[in-house]
Design a protein around this ligand. Structure first.
Ligand SMILES: [Zn+2]
Length: 440
């Protein structure tokens, strides 16, 4: 007898946490953050507290209070008794926050099944995150103490006690290769989505065949993958279909290749700096901007976080990313902390502005001065957080801002959009939009 319980993902965008139980085996399909529910109670400046363990998340129904699922350091800190592991795995469809962010809270001995690119993206997030709640591929146990040399109690941290850092149990699969979780057989398929590694599953249970699509689309660089998956599903004649549908009532004939052509047209017409905004981890979109840069012999800047991600993704045959050493690509280091990048201070002092993983990239990086001095040559990647760099870059007359992210779908994003429009106006840039979305 198979039982499905939806702890998220119904009548909302993402937030998928679907429990599948079959003859004593319990697996979750995704374990994501429910954007709409989180948005009701929290914002950028009003965040759940780590000091309350899982309490703030349970309080607002962001995660279900289930035994044998969550990390032991948090449970102990909340005064709960130790629990035995009671779940055999999580099948992850892809690395978007609304499908994967709450992995942070899970016990590290629960196996997480995912594709190689999905693991690479989670690892990049894990290693380069600046905030809390990013223990996606390894966990650092919190609230641990030890007896120090003076005979008093001190708090442990990962620097003095590296053993509190433990790897999660990942099971990385090959697309098309069946695997088993107890008696449940699972076959993963690559689908096209706005980041690499997205997976659709065919799950063979004791009561029949279930298809779980995850997020997918048909207009990106891996369109044929989605078609192949759908054709396979048709042949398998599933008993149950769990499918995502954010924009099923919309039709778009635009393809990723069209975005690339539009970007090329806008860039070729611009007389100044080209400021480009696309979703950070959408490497397909990055390829569209990169291909345009190559065609027009411009230099596309990417952030250090993107460089870190590309280095992990280049090992995955299922992900297409630019070569980090390509002459039309440049690594851009933002001003941080004291903001000494590009100054005469020595390497060590400048390096102190950055996290250790970032320092490895500083030697080959450029900064605001380089972009300021050769504005016509650059396509400058700029998220909303990077707008501040423009104060130092000082976009020249004839500069353009190419917005290649989705339209706002909630109040907070509307406000953001207004603010961003003010920045674009302040620097006298021409606003151009190019985007193709589809199922989120
Ligand atoms: Zn997604």
């Amino acid at each position: 007898m198979v039982k499905l319980t939806f702890y998220g993902g119904v009548n909302e965008i993402g937030g998928n946490k679907i429990l599948l139980e079959d003859s004593g085996t319990k697996i979750f399909l995704d374990f994501g953050m429910p954007f709409s529910q989180v948005g009701k109670f929290f914002s950028e400046f009003l965040q759940p507290r780590q000091c309350n363990g899982l309490g703030d998340f349970f309080e607002f129904g962001l995660m279900p209070d289930l035994k044998g699922l969550y990390r032991e350091d948090y449970l102990k800190h909340m005064g709960r008794k130790p629990e035995d592991i009671d779940y055999q795995g999580v099948l992850l469809s892809h690395a978007h926050t609304d499908h994967s962010a709450y992995l942070h809270h899970l016990r590290c001995d629960i196996p997480i099944f995912c594709s190689k690119p999905t693991y690479a993206i989670l690892k990049a997030l894990n290693d380069t995150a600046s905030g809390s709640f990013a223990d996606l591929t390894d966990i650092t146990e919190c609230f641990e103490t030890y007896m120090n040399t003076k005979g008093t109690i001190s708090r442990k941290n990962a620097r003095t006690h590296p053993e509190i850092r433990r790897d999660r149990k990942f099971q990385i699969f090959e697309f098309g290769k069946e695997f088993k979780i107890d008696d449940i057989r699972v076959k993963p398929f690559n689908v096209d989505h706005s980041l690499p590694g997205a997976t659709g599953y065919i799950i063979y249970t004791s009561s029949g065949t279930i298809v779980y699509t995850g997020d997918f689309r048909f207009h990106g660089r891996r369109e044929t993958k989605t078609i192949e998956f759908m054709e396979t599903c048709e042949r398998e004649k599933p008993d149950l279909l769990i499918i995502e549908g954010t924009r099923i009532d919309e039709e778009s004939s635009m393809k990723e290749k069209d975005v690339e052509d539009e970007v090329s047209t806008v860039v070729s017409k611009s007389e100044g700096l080209k400021v480009c905004n696309w979703p950070v981890r959408d490497t397909d979109r990055m390829m569209s901007f990169f291909n345009a840069a190559k065609k027009l012999d411009k230099k596309l800047t990417i952030s250090l976080k993107q460089a870190y991600l590309i280095n992990l993704l280049k090992e995955c045959k299922d992900a297409e990313v630019p070569d980090i050493n390509d002459e039309n690509l440049a690594l851009y280091a933002s001003r941080k902390s004291w903001g000494l990048i590009g100054s005469d201070w020595n390497k060590k002092i400048i390096g102190e502005d950055y996290d250790s993983w970032e320092r490895n990239y500083l030697d080959g990086s450029i900064c605001y001065k380089d972009v300021h001095d050769s504005q016509k040559e650059f396509m400058f990647f700029c998220t909303n957080f990077d707008l501040k760099e423009l104060v130092n870059i000082k976009p020249m007359k004839g500069s353009v801002y190419i917005k290649s992210v989705c339209e706002p779908f909630d109040i907070e994003m509307e406000i953001d959009l207004e603010r961003i429009t003010n920045w674009i106006g302040h620097f006298g840039m021409d606003l151009q939009k190019t985007h193709v979305s589809g199922l989120k």
